[in-house]
Every structure is written in structure tokens, then in C-alpha cells.
Unconditional design. Structure first.
Length: 195
């Protein structure tokens, strides 16, 4: 809850800072929506945000994603959160791209997919290489790559074990060796195998 409040206060602060630089009609409406949401009138805020998001406003789409992701004044709905994050991300919003990556990495509202998470984490990099060394993005990329490598190693090990078992079974069949259950004394005398 504290993180949510800090995020919303950050959005409100950024909206107020934008107002000081030079307010546009969107900024004025977004400020009204933020105040309405903070005052508990989320329905009014959602109406304003949806109106501006439909016109391509990234901040409005991002705000809609956040409230749906955390169930802040609306029902918790990861599908809607992902929808609105995508709307903002398609317009190059870096934070929305990272949020989508995190949703794929943790399996929040979607099937966990390390490859897709990595794609979203690095998507912004192809357009803005100067962000390549951002510590958060570097850490997230490394974590996603480590998860991908771990998954690939598990799959390779399982395939190798299955292949080895098949080769051994084929060799035994060719040699005419029938597998029989070892006797109890043979089991006690046999050295333990380490797996």
C-alpha cells in the first residue's frame, strides 16, 4: 500500500511539475483526475484518464494501468493493467515497457515468460542506447538472462537424461539382456550412486 501511495504521489508531483513548466489542457485534466482519485472519486478520475488515453496520452494510460494492477479504487485486473501498459509502451514509455517486462518475469496476469520479459526490458534500448547503462535495467536484464539460461540448462539436462536412458535401453535390447529386479542382497552389496 505504501508503494502504491508513493507511486501515486510521484505521478501527482510530476503532474504538478509539468503544470509549472507550461500546462496544456491534458495536464489540467490529469491534475483534476489525480485530485479526484486522491479524494476517493476514482470513477471520475478513470473517466478523465480514459478520455485522454484514447487520444494517445501516455500518462493517462500509465495511470489506468497502475490503478488496475494494484486494485487502487478499481477492481484488481491484471489484464486491464497490461492493456493500458501496452498502450503507453507502444508510444515509447520506458516505465510501461519495464512494467510489462516485470509482469512477464513474475507471471502477473500472464504466463511467466523469461524471454518475453527480456524483450520488454530491452525494447527501449533499441531506440535509446544512452539508457543502456541504467543500473535498474542492467540488473533486470541480467536477472532475465539468468532465468533463461537456467531454464535452458534444465531442459537440456532432461533431454540428455531421456536420450541416455533410451540409448541404454536400446543397447540392452540388442545385447539380449533382460532387466530383472535385483535381489535384496544385491541391493545391499551395491554401492550407493550419487545423483
Amino acid at each position: 500500500m505504501f508503494r502504491l501511495l508513493s507511486r501515486l504521489s510521484l505521478v501527482l508531483s510530476l503532474s504538478l511539475a509539468a503544470m509549472a513548466v507550461g500546462a496544456s489542457p491534458a495536464d489540467d485534466d490529469l491534475r483534476v483526475a489525480a485530485k479526484a482519485h486522491k479524494g476517493g472519486d476514482t470513477a471520475h478520475a478513470v473517466t478523465i484518464w480514459q478520455s485522454w488515453a484514447a487520444r494517445g496520452n501516455v500518462d493517462a494510460a500509465y495511470n489506468l494501468a497502475v490503478i488496475h494492477q494494484y486494485g487502487d479504487g478499481v477492481a484488481l485486473d491484471y489484464t486491464k493493467a497490461l492493456y493500458w501498459y501496452r498502450k503507453a509502451a507502444e508510444q515509447g514509455d520506458r516505465i510501461s515497457q519495464i512494467q510489462i517486462g516485470l509482469m512477464y518475469q513474475t507471471g502477473q496476469g500472464v504466463l511467466a515468460d523469461e524471454t518475453e520479459a527480456h524483450r520488454w526490458f530491452t525494447m527501449h534500448r533499441q531506440y535509446h542506447l544512452h539508457h543502456e547503462h541504467d543500473p535498474k535495467l542492467v540488473a533486470w536484464r541480467q536477472q532475465a538472462l539468468a532465468l533463461i539460461e537456467e531454464r535452458d540448462l534444465r531442459e537440456q539436462l532432461a533431454a540428455s537424461r531421456a536420450s541416455s536412458a533410451q540409448v541404454l535401453a536400446d543397447l540392452k535390447r540388442r545385447a539380449g539382456i533382460l532387466e530383472t529386479a535385483p535381489t535384496m542382497t544385491a541391493r545391499l552389496d551395491a554401492p550407493e550412486t550419487i545423483r
